[in-house]
Structures are given as C-alpha cells and as structure tokens.
Design a protein around this ligand. Structure first.
Ligand SMILES: [Zn+2]
Length: 463
C-alpha cells in the first residue's frame, strides 16, 4: 500500500475496502486449478506486465530483449527453464534484474498481490521458497474464490478465446466471469485463413464466398454469442494499427475482400487491406448499436515491449465516436499517457465512458491525477475505476489494492480541498468501482452475491 499524506486519506482508504467491485477487464476465466509443481520464479517471469519491466531492464542478460507481447525475453526464458537451471541459479539471476525494476508500479502491484494472498513480505530466498511451498499446497479454486470475495470483487468482464468458451473447451467460473467478443480478428483480414474461420462458416452453414456472406456469417455468430451471454465487444487493434478508422466506400472494401478469396495463397499487406479493415469495423459498430452492445476499445499504453505509442492516442477515435453515436464506447487504460485527450473525450461525447482498467498499475500518480481531474471535468457516472487486465488472481488483487490506494489519494485530496464531502467522495468511489460498470454492461450484479462454482473446471482440492 502506498499512501497520501492528506488529512482524510486514512479514513477514506479504510472505507474503500468495504465497497463492492466490478472488474471491467480480465484475461483469465476465474478458474484456478491446483499445481503442486508451481514454480514462483517461472510464475513471475512467465507473463504479465512485471515480466515486461524485467525484460526492459535485462537487455544485457543475453544480447538484447526481444520485442513482442508478453515477452519471453532471454531472462524470462532462463527463469522459466526449471529443467536445466536450479532454483538457486535462477534466483540469483532474477534477483539481479529484479533489483533494477523493484520500484515500478507493475512490481508493486504484483508483490502487493503476493503479500495479500500468500503473506510474502520479503524477496529473500527463504521467504520466496516458503511462499512457493504454500502456493503448491493451497493454491486452488476454493482459495481463489475466497480471496476474490474477501477483496470485494463481485464479477469480472473477460476477454479471452470466446469460441473456446462457447464450445465448452475452455472452463470458466460461471456467474463470475462475463465475456466480451474479441473483435480485431474479424476485421483485420490479411488472407484466406482469416476470412474462412471454421466457426463463421459453421454459423453460416455454407462456404464464405462474398463480402455479404462474410457479414452474414459474422452477424449469425454474434447472435450466438449474444445468446451465450456476452456483455459487450472488445477491440485492441491499437497494438497493430493506428486507431484512426476511416469510413471507406463498400466498393473499395469489396475489391480487397474479393482479392483475398480469389488468391487463397496470398498474404496481403497492412496498407492493402486497410479499406476492408476500416469498412468492417464500421459495419460491426452498426451491429453493436443495433444490439445495444457496449464496445471496449484499447487506447494508450500497450503490453510487452517495443511498440509505437502514437497510433494508440484516443483522439484518433474521434470520427468513430461521432459517426457511431448510438454505440457506447468504453475507452481503456486511462489512455495512458494521453491524459488530456482522454479526459476531453469522456467529457465531450455522451457515448463515451472512461475505463481505468490496468491504468492503476501502469502509473499510480497518473491515475491519481486522472481521478482528481475527472471529478472536475467528467460526469462521475461515466468513469469505470478498476479492471485488472491480468492472468492471475494474485495480480487482480494486487492491482485492486493499488487502485483503491489511488482512488483514496485522489478523493481525499479533493475532500481536503473542500471540493466535496467525505460521504460524497465515498458515493463517487462506489459509482466508479461498481455502479457504473454494472449499469454500462447491464450486468445486473447484486453486491454481496456469491458467484456459483466454475463450469468445467478441474475439481478443486479443499484448502
Ligand atoms: Zn487486456
């Protein structure tokens, strides 16, 4: 926990722990099978955002860090190779590089989670091994359920392989994990394989030959997903392209589509497929409007290392926000580092909500600044205060602790400045953490409700 020195902080921070929380963005399904061989160093280095900081700080470990998403950097590769390197060897290497990045918020969030969940108070080898032993023995479904409930997380909106979830091949915690449809794969088409997805042709019940076939197939699949219970659509194209979508004529898109299906062994370049990409995005936004599905859009900072930030500026979305005024857009990640533009969009467009998922763990100071400035500029009904955007319940918990710290610091400062009273600040925090996402995504979540057990998961051992 990090704390503000403002007068109202301690009282407000304590009361924030009593508020229910909706996680607006996650990548795991709430299922936590036991693992008696769990390796803590491999877990630290195996993925997630802390691993990005480790990769960023260990360019000299072996030549240089590799660009990519969730980097398997040479250091991460070494730390996860439990077959060839002993714990002692790996611990020595990890400690060297951990100490270079031990003050970042990613590190703080992860280790807050390990402390809260497993009592890990130190990075000494003995303490790490003791935590690892506890995790091997006690980490299971019941433990994850209890921990999330203890921290007030009532439900979470999950972005994962939806087709696998719908097919029953990816277990999930029913009633707790709610899903969004992952959109980029449906409009970023570069070759025949990306057009003729088996589940789309299955939904259409015939071969996709024309652009009309493709649109019909997507609409049918979307209908299946709605029947399954999705609560929105998620688009993270910002990783791969500038989010300034144009509105090209259908003929241009159709020309690209016809070229793709007529030359099944070709792979087209980004510029060549752009008219089709943009056209499909617009068509899908029309469907989202018709079906009343909110659309979560990645803006700002990207996971991994070595990517280009300017293409993710939320201001690039302006034309889409105006054209698709019936779509409720939920703009992600605090738009980090584009705070001014991000606040403007939330203030200016009735169909925009601002979502601080992940942002609280990217930069607490930015988040505090955001919450303070948002209070003065954006109706407080339009802010979503927390989402983990992680793969582990320990990270979700650690990031939530950071989010509550950030919220308390911002709101306490505004209370002490006389901008609002303590009870009003608490009401704002409750809206940001629970009421607003509950309303935006029509979750109908009741505070205090205990989720039902996971569907299809391995039977948990008792803790
Ligand atoms: Zn994410």
């Amino acid at each position: 926990m990090w704390k503000s020195q403002t007068r109202s902080y301690d009282a407000l921070r304590a009361r924030l722990d009593t508020l229910p929380v909706i996680e607006t963005h996650e990548h795991w399904c709430g299922v936590c099978p036991p693992d008696e061989n769990l390796d803590l160093l491999a877990l630290l280095a195996g993925g997630g955002y802390y691993a990005s900081d480790l990769a960023s700080a260990s360019a000299d470990f072996a030549k240089r860090a590799r660009p990519g998403l969730f980097p398997i950097s040479p250091l991460a590769e070494y730390l996860t190779d439990t077959r060839h390197h002993s714990f002692d060897q790996r611990y020595a290497a990890w400690r060297t590089y951990h100490e270079r990045t031990c003050h970042t918020a990613y590190t703080r969030g992860l280790f807050e989670g390990l402390r809260a969940c497993w009592g890990l108070e130190s990075i000494e080898k003995k303490a790490m091994l003791a935590a690892q032993e506890r995790m091997q023995a006690e980490r299971n479904q019941a433990c994850a359920d209890r921990t999330l409930a203890r921290h007030g997380i009532q439900t979470m909106i999950v972005n994962t392989d939806l087709t696998a979830v719908m097919a029953g091949s990816l277990p999930y915690r029913k009633g707790f994990a709610r899903f969004v449809l992952d959109l980029p794969q449906y409009h970023a088409l570069s070759g025949e394989g990306s057009v003729r997805k088996p589940h789309l042709e299955a939904a259409l019940n015939r071969r996709i030959v024309t652009l009309d076939d493709y649109l019909e197939a997507f609409e049918r699949f979307l209908e299946q997903a709605i029947q399954f219970g999705i609560v929105g659509i998620k688009d993270q194209s910002a990783y791969h392209r500038c989010i300034a979508y144009a509105n090209p004529p259908r003929a241009e898109a159709e020309t690209v589509f016809n070229r793709i299906v007529a030359h099944p062994r070709d792979s087209l370049g980004t510029d060549q497929v752009r008219p089709l990409d943009d056209y499909l995005f617009n068509q899908f936004m029309r469907l989202a409007a018709r079906r009343g599905l909110p659309v979560q859009v990645h803006t700002g900072h990207m996971a991994g290392i070595c990517n280009e930030i300017t293409k993710t500026n939320p201001a690039h979305l302006t034309a889409m926000l105006e054209l698709h005024s019936e779509v409720q857009f939920d703009l992600f990640h605090g738009g980090w580092p584009y705070l001014g533009e991000y606040l403007f969009l939330g203030k200016n467009y009735p169909n925009v909500t601002l979502d601080m998922c992940w942002a609280n763990a990217i930069e607490p100071l930015y988040s505090v600044e955001f919450f303070k400035r948002a209070l003065q500029t954006v109706p407080h009904s339009k802010i979503h205060g927390y989402g983990g955007d992680t793969h582990l319940f320990e990270c979700a918990v650690g990031y939530l602790i950071l989010a509550r710290d950030n919220l308390a610091a911002a709101l306490a400062e505004m209370v002490d400045a006389g901008w609002l009273g303590t009870d009003e600040a608490l009401a704002v925090a409750r809206a940001w953490l629970f009421d607003n996402p509950n309303r935006t995504f029509r979750l109908d979540c009741q505070p205090g409700r205990q989720p039902t057990p996971a569907r299809g998961g391995r039977k948990p051992r008792t803790a």
